[in-house]
Design a protein around this ligand. Sequence first.
Ligand SMILES: Cc1ncc(COP(=O)(O)O)c(C=O)c1O
Length: 387
Amino acid sequence: MTNFDLTPNRRNPHNANKWTRYPKDTLPMWVADMDFRAPKPILDALHKAVEHGVLGYEMPSESLKETVAARMDKLYKWKVKPEAVVAVTGIVSGFSVAARIACTPKKGVLVQTPVYNEFHEVKNNIGVPQLDAPFVKRADGNIISYEIDWDIFEKQVKKAGMFLLCNPHNPLGIIFSRKDLLKMAELCIKNNVVIVSDEIHSELLLDGNSFTPMAKLSREIESHTITLIAPSKTFNVPGLFCGFAIIPNEELRKRYEREVSHLRLHVGSMGLFAARAAFSGSCDGWLKDLRRYLTDNRDFLVGYVTEYMPEVRTTIPDATYLGWLDFTQTGMKESPYDFFLKNAKVALSDGKIFGKEGEGHIRLNFGASRALLMQGLDRMQKALEKI
Ligand SMILES: Cc1ncc(COP(=O)(O)O)c(C=O)c1O
């Protein structure tokens, strides 16, 4: 038994969104946080800050920016100057700020659908057009995968001010190949489109997969790119709302910083303390164990669906703790989200919040104990048997 096998009580007094939105008898497998305790070095850093006793206004320090830059060097040999690092109150606010400087009512935000629901809110929050470049879905038996439709991408990028890339991709779990990244970047640069690369899931690698940040591919790409990273998903501290925008291009960074300052987006000091511990390297042993646990959960999920839900199709995610199940071949009349909520008492994410291509699909969060995952799948399988 490992710590990942435990399911802490997150209802009271925490009032975790994941655990309190639905009735008590419903298993929550939806919003993207994990049920795991954060690694000890992060918790120790937070305890230390509390013991100090003064929780005043604190700023991202030079040494924290150096820690973030050093992590990029350690993980990817990507040399980033500490001054290129801007602290943000989370990745959603990070890309919203980017849209405010890169988009206009005539130059919209390009997204590859289906994609993380908050990507779809930029158009409303910032008041700019959304340009969809849907993926092409392929099936091999019950395994589905997604590819870029380059004709659509090329058509849409011409109308964009910013390309909001999700890599690794939520909800599809894709780590894009170097070849695909280079082609996306080439089209963006040709059309003078700012690349905003949301890499929040980049350390949640399954199997022995590796990852390369978009901006690491060339100096030219780097100068057109805002990279968004955070310790929040990897180390399960999303409630601390702390992330980083890495913007080596000075002119772009100055505009970005000005906007962050106008909006008064100050990061809480606890988030800064946690980020320092998270990126220091002292949590990497925990992360190695986490990746193994999540890889086993992913394999369990794919194996379970293949064996016990033969008409259901699934991706094999390369990264993240998010599964993506396709019920379009099952003959199910209502949305699988409604179906499982009602008939299995399992709360999943409705595929359609990720774009209309997500209808008939659900996203399943397997960042939980194996026992909880098994229980959820068993409930789903029993409900399916009845139709
Ligand atoms: C791709 C992606 N970006 C951003 C976020 C949220 O980031 P934050 O909580 O830092 O705003 C999520 C959370 O699920 C995500 O999956």
